[in-house]
Write a protein that binds this ligand. Structure first.
Ligand code: PLP
Length: 396
């Protein structure tokens, strides 16, 4: 069968590939510590699960409105005011099957073939795949560990051209854990104000998993608000990855376009998950904060322990649940059997010799680093550090 070009150029995400390899080794009886997946290890809070059961009993089992139940759009609108001081009425919000679909909707509604889309690297790999499927041209800007993997206004200014249609980024960032401060966002906003045709997708899915204080959104700058698209969802903050519930807030015109697209693709998001999400949005956030406290404890231990392994250079992630160490000092080294030439080799070496699953940095546009998730127990993290220390210590 001759597949369309649009899919032939898209690779399987490395995160999924590594998880598969790790499952295969587990099936052979090898004990693996899996730090490859970007998913909370907690159960969805009980009050949210109860709301879903209630929704089934109350008969919320028919097609929903394409954009989402009005009560959910209202609840998200209240949340955006409560947590972010942002004014988005329900007609400027649409819910989708995960933040991933919200992103895809926005990209497909904004990017024409040949349009340039700026993505600072390291970045979440899905952005580039979605832009490529829309026919857009990705322009990467490399942001190194020495600037905490953050984009500077100067870098942004130097990369905008007359073809730039869109800028996409996440804060807190997957994979680096970097969090932009209000001042840093203001610096970028100033550049965007000089380029009124550039739209901005601000992926805020890790909003609550922020160890520095209050989340800042680039949508807070009024001069930009009519071209900012805020992406968020329930997966990370409420440990609801499997419920597939995300949303987008932006200009009403874009929301109407996404509604049109979604009407053809899915007819709207799952009804039970939508009803449960109303509860997630409107309840107090104590269950979320409890999870965040656990992530912080794990982060503090994990980063300090990784930093002690000779050859690892690491920044402090201020949000999300990933460590993104620079491991390039191991390039050219060998344990006498395997030669490490790049990040993929090191990631495979750690899996095969250390029995720890990681994801190579090139999956996120950075060939010097690997990504490790600390959304797992302290016991697993301690074991991972021990195994990595031993495996990396063999490389001479
Ligand atoms: N954005 C980023 C940066 C992510 O890391 C993820 C999931 O890993 C998503 C969006 C998608 O989340 P969802 O589960 O809501 O599709």
């Amino acid at each position: 069968m001759q597949l369309a070009q649009r899919i032939s150029s898209i690779n399987e995400p490395q995160t999924i590939k590594m998880a598969k390899l790790s499952r295969e080794l587990k099936a052979q009886g090898v004990s693996i510590v899996d730090l490859s997946l970007g998913e909370p290890d907690f159960r969805t809070p009980e009050h949210i699960c109860e709301a879903a059961i209630k929704a089934i009993n109350e008969g919320y089992t028919k097609y929903p409105p394409v954009a989402g139940y009005p009560e959910l759009l209202e609840a998200i609108s209240l949340k955006l005011k409560r947590d972010n001081n942002l004014d988005y009425p329900p007609n400027q919000i649409i819910v989708s099957t995960g933040a991933k679909q919200s992103l895809a909707n926005a990209v497909l509604c904004l990017v024409d073939p040949g349009d340039e889309v700026i993505i600072p690297t390291p970045f979440w790999v899905t952005y580039a795949s979605q832009v490529q499927m829309a026919g857009g041209v990705v322009k990467y800007i490399n942001c190194g560990i020495d600037n905490d993997f953050k984009l500077t206004p100067e870098q942004l200014e130097a990369n905008i051209t007359s073809k730039t249609k869109l800028f996409m980024f996440s804060s807190p960032c997957n994979p680096t854990g970097s969090v932009y401060s209000r001042e840093e966002l203001a610096g970028l906003a100033e550049v965007f104000m000089r380029h009124p045709y550039v739209n901005i997708i601000s992926d805020e899915i890790y909003e609550y998993i922020n160890f520095t204080g209050h989340h800042q959104s680039i949508a807070q700058f009024d001069e930009l608000k009519d071209r900012v698209v805020v992406i968020n969802g329930m997966s990370k903050g409420f440990a609801m990855t499997g419920w597939r519930m995300g949303y987008l807030a932006g200009p009403a015109e874009l929301v109407r376009a996404c509604d049109k697209l979604q009407a053809q693709f899915t007819s709207g998001a799952n009804t039970i998950a939508q009803r449960a999400s109303i509860t997630a949005m409107l309840s107090d956030l104590s269950a979320t904060y409890k999870m965040v406290d656990a992530y912080k404890e794990r982060r503090d231990y994990f980063i300090a322990a990784l930093a002690k392994i000779p050859g690892i250079k690491i920044n402090m992630p201020h949000g999300a649940f990933y460590a993104f160490p620079d491991i390039s000092s191991f390039y050219g080294k060998t344990d006498g059997e395997t030669v490490i030439e790049n990040d993929t080799d090191l990631s495979m070496y750690l899996l095969n010799k250390g029995h720890v699953t990681t994801v190579c940095g090139s999956a996120f546009g950075d060939t010097q680093c690997i990504r490790l998730s600390f959304a797992t127990s302290m016991t697993n993290l301690r074991e991972a550090v021990k195994r990595m220390g031993n495996a990396l210590g063999q490389l001479k």
